[in-house]
Design a protein around this ligand. Sequence first.
Ligand code: SF4
Length: 271
Amino acid sequence: MEINLRKAKSLITKSNIPKIDFVINPYVGCQHGCIYCYAEFMIRFTGHKGDKWGEFLDIKTYEFDKIKPARYDGKKILLSSVTDPYLPLELKYENTRKILEKLVGTKAEISVLTKSKFVTRDIDLFKKFENIEVGISINTLDSDFAKLIEKGASRPRERLKALKEVHDNGIKTYTFISPFFPQITDYRAIIEETKAYTDSYMFENLNFRPHNVPRILKIIKKHYPGLIPVYQEFRKDHTLWDLIESEIESYCEKLKLTYKIEFHHGGFSKS
Ligand code: SF4
């Protein structure tokens, strides 16, 4: 892992994500190195051309005292969008913790999203916020498959354990079932496992992008060879996602869950 320090102009930046006003990305890069990562485009904008996603991390440096909690009152903040706030190196550099410490007192709505068991370190801080929810993203309970697609992240069971601990401490939680791998993501099993300590669910489909398609197909071929034709179909016929969306919808309605389906495919999702 190549580690650099990078002076940041700001740590809380305006967002282009619908319904999110600001995003916080304490690092450039991500140790988790997920094969499907949509944030990999960051390589081009951050002087990392030629570097491999998942193999570098820039630690943003900033005068943390410049963060003024009142500035974000009434806004929605996502932590994080193009990195993970609880990377293993967060334990050493603590950028996420330093930012949260400075934000205490804000009336912003904060959403924390991670694939890391280390999120439990900040339970004491989460308790100081008026409006915060903490989520984990997960798409399989199969540890071997997770290791192939999200090599640096905590294993699925570790994430679930962490989420339960957060919930047991009175903090609102959500499970983000993402990205949804057709015929692999057993969302019913994930819901069954998590519903006792999850306040709401979100779903997002797998996005095929030119940079990630070869990697995804390579792993499917290795782990689920029979599914290659299915994945080829999903690449060609985007309406297949609509069927999954309807199925999830009926299932969540039946269980009376609070949920949101964010299937984005350049406008072809029925929602
Ligand atoms: S955790 Fe998120 S940002 Fe990090 S590599 Fe995985 S998908 Fe990308």
